[in-house]
Ligand binder design. Structure first.
Ligand SMILES: NC(=O)c1ccc[n+]([C@@H]2O[C@H](COP(=O)([O-])OP(=O)(O)OC[C@H]3O[C@@H](n4cnc5c(N)ncnc54)[C@H](OP(=O)(O)O)[C@@H]3O)[C@@H](O)[C@H]2O)c1
Length: 396
C-alpha cells in the first residue's frame, strides 16, 4: 500500500487520539501532515512533537501564539495557523490525501465539506456534516471524486456488510431491504423515568460500553445520537427512511446489520473500540492491526435486541420527525440539541429539558429546502439563537 498522507481535523478529541494511536503502529503506511484542535493547545503540542505535521491549527490567536512558542523552543518547524478558515487550509494546502473529519458538532461542517470538494479520502466521524448538509455533502463527494468512508461504528459496520459494488452504485440496492442500526440504550436505558430529572452530567457521560467525548456521550444517553445516525445513514446509503431501523442492543457487540431480500442478515461484530472502524477507514480496502483485543463471544451469555421506547427517548422521536420533514429541519434539530446539551453539561439545564428545548426550537422555525451552505449556516445560527432565548424564557 502506498504511504497515505493524513490530515486529522479534531486531533485532540476522542476520535482524533484513537486515530493517532492506530497511525502510531503503522509508520510505514501513514504520515501525519496536518493536525487541528480547538482549545487543547498542550495536547496538540505533544502530538506535533511526536508526529511533526506540516500544519497545525488551533481555534484562536492566543492558542496559536502559545503553540508557536512551544514548537519554536523544541525546534519543530510545523506551520501554526488559527481560526475556522485555517481548518480548511489544513485540508487543502497540506498535501494530504486522507482526511479524518472528527471535529465535534456544526464547527466540523465547513472543513469536512472542503475535504469532499477537494477529492480526498474522507473518513467521516463528524456526523453533523451529513445531518446538516447531506445533499450538498454527497454532491461535493461526487464532484470531488474522492472516497467517503464512514467512521461512526454503526455506519462503518453497515458499510462492511454491504457488497463492494455498493460504493460505486449507492442507489442500486443489490437486494438490500433494510439497515438495522444498533444502540446500547446508554446509561439510562433502565433508569425509572421519574429519576431522570435529577441525573448529572457525570452520570450521563458514564457510557456503559464506549469511551467518547462529552457531547456525544450525552447524545447517546438521550438517544439523539441514534437519531442523528438515522439521518446520516439516510444520506450515506440512499435508502428511504422507512428502511432504516433502530434496535436496542445493550451488549454493543453487533455494531449494525443489513437485511437482504433473500432472507440473509449480515452483521458486523467486534469490541466497542473505535480503533476498529478507524483502522478500517485508514487502510481500506486492506485490513490492518488496530490494536484492539480479539472479541470473545463466549463471554456473553446472551445478545439481546429490542425496539426503542420513544416515550423514554423523546429525542429519538424528534430526530425521526425532523428527518421526515427534511430540508433544514435536521439543521435546526442539531443546533438546538448542541445548545441544550452544552447547557446541560455546563449551565445546570435539567436533563429532561433537553428534548423540550429541541422541540420548541423546531416548532419555532419553519423548515425550508437546504439549498446552499450559506443558508444552512444561517439557519444553524438562527436555531442557536432561538434555543438560547427559549432557555432564558424558561429561566435557565
Ligand atoms: N468518540 C466516539 O467514539 C465517536 C463515535 C462515533 C462518532 N463520533 C463523532 O466524531 C466527532 C468527534 O467526536 P469526539 O467524541 O472525538 O469529540 P471530542 O472528544 O469532544 O473531540 C472534538 C474535537 O473537535 C475539536 N473542536 C471542538 N470544537 C471545535 C471548534 N469550534 N473549532 C475547532 N475544533 C473544535 C476539539 O478540540 P479541543 O478538544 O482541542 O477543544 C477536539 O479535537 C463527533 O461528531 C462525534 O459525533 C465520535
Amino acid at each position: 500500500m502506498p504511504l497515505r498522507r493524513v490530515a486529522i481535523l479534531g486531533s485532540t478529541g476522542s476520535i482524533g487520539v484513537n486515530t493517532l494511536d492506530v497511525i502510531r503502529s503503522h509508520p510505514e503506511r501513514f504520515k501525519v501532515v496536518a493536525l487541528t484542535a480547538g482549545k487543547q493547545v498542550d495536547r496538540l503540542a505533544e502530538q506535533c512533537l511526536e508526529f511533526n505535521p506540516a500544519i497545525a491549527v488551533v481555534a484562536d490567536a492566543d492558542g496559536a501564539a502559545r503553540l508557536s512558542a512551544i514548537l519554536h523552543d523544541k525546534k519543530i518547524a510545523t506551520e501554526v495557523l488559527y481560526g475556522p478558515e485555517a481548518m480548511v487550509t489544513a485540508v487543502t494546502q497540506s498535501n494530504c490525501d486522507t482526511v479524518m473529519a472528527a471535529i465535534v458538532g456544526a464547527a466540523g461542517l465547513v472543513p469536512a465539506l472542503a475535504a469532499a470538494k477537494a477529492g480526498k479520502r474522507v473518513l467521516l466521524a463528524n456526523k453533523e456534516a451529513l445531518v446538516m448538509s447531506g445533499d450538498l455533502f454527497m454532491q461535493a463527494m461526487q464532484s470531488g471524486g474522492g472516497e467517503l468512508l464512514p467512521i461512526d461504528s454503526e455506519h462503518n459496520a453497515i458499510f462492511q456488510c454491504l457488497p463492494q459494488q455498493f460504493t460505486k452504485a449507492p442507489h442500486d440496492y443489490l437486494g438490500v431491504e433494510e439497515l438495522w442500526l444498533t444502540a446500547s440504550g446508554g446509561p439510562f436505558r433502565d433508569t425509572p423515568i421519574s429519576e431522570l430529572s435529577v441525573v448529572t452530567p457525570e452520570q450521563a457521560c458514564a457510557h456503559p460500553n464506549w469511551v467518547m467525548g462529552r457531547k456525544i456521550s450525552v447524545d447517546s444517553a438521550t438517544m439523539m445520537n441514534k437519531g442523528l445516525e438515522v439521518i446520516e445513514a439516510f444520506w450515506l446509503f440512499g435508502l428511504s427512511l422507512e428502511k432504516i431501523k433502530v434496535l436496542i442492543h445493550p451488549q454493543s457487540v453487533v455494531h449494525s446489520m443489513v437485511r437482504y431480500r433473500d432472507g440473509s442478515v449480515l452483521a458486523q461484530m467486534g469490541q466497542p473500540d473505535m480503533r476498529t472502524p478507524i483502522a478500517y477507514g485508514l487502510a481500506w480496502p486492506e485490513r490492518i492491526d488496530a490494536g484492539v483485543a480479539p472479541l470473545n463471544l463466549t463471554q456473553f451469555s446472551a445478545l439481546s435486541f429490542t425496539e426503542p421506547d420513544l416515550g423514554r427517548f423523546p429525542c429519538l422521536a424528534l430526530a425521526f420527525s425532523a428527518a421526515k420533514t427534511g430540508g433544514t429541519a435536521p439543521t435546526i434539530l442539531n443546533a438546538a440539541n448542541e445548545i441544550a446539551v452544552a447547557a446541560f453539561l455546563d449551565a445546570g439545564l435539567s436533563y429532561l429539558r433537553i428534548p423540550e428545548v429541541v422541540e420548541k426550537t423546531l416548532n419555532h422555525i419553519q423548515s425550508v429546502p437546504a439549498s446552499s451552505l450559506e443558508l444552512i449556516l444561517e439557519v444553524d445560527a438562527q436555531a442557536r439563537q432561538v434555543a438560547t432565548s427559549l432557555m432564558s424564557e424558561m429561566n435557565i
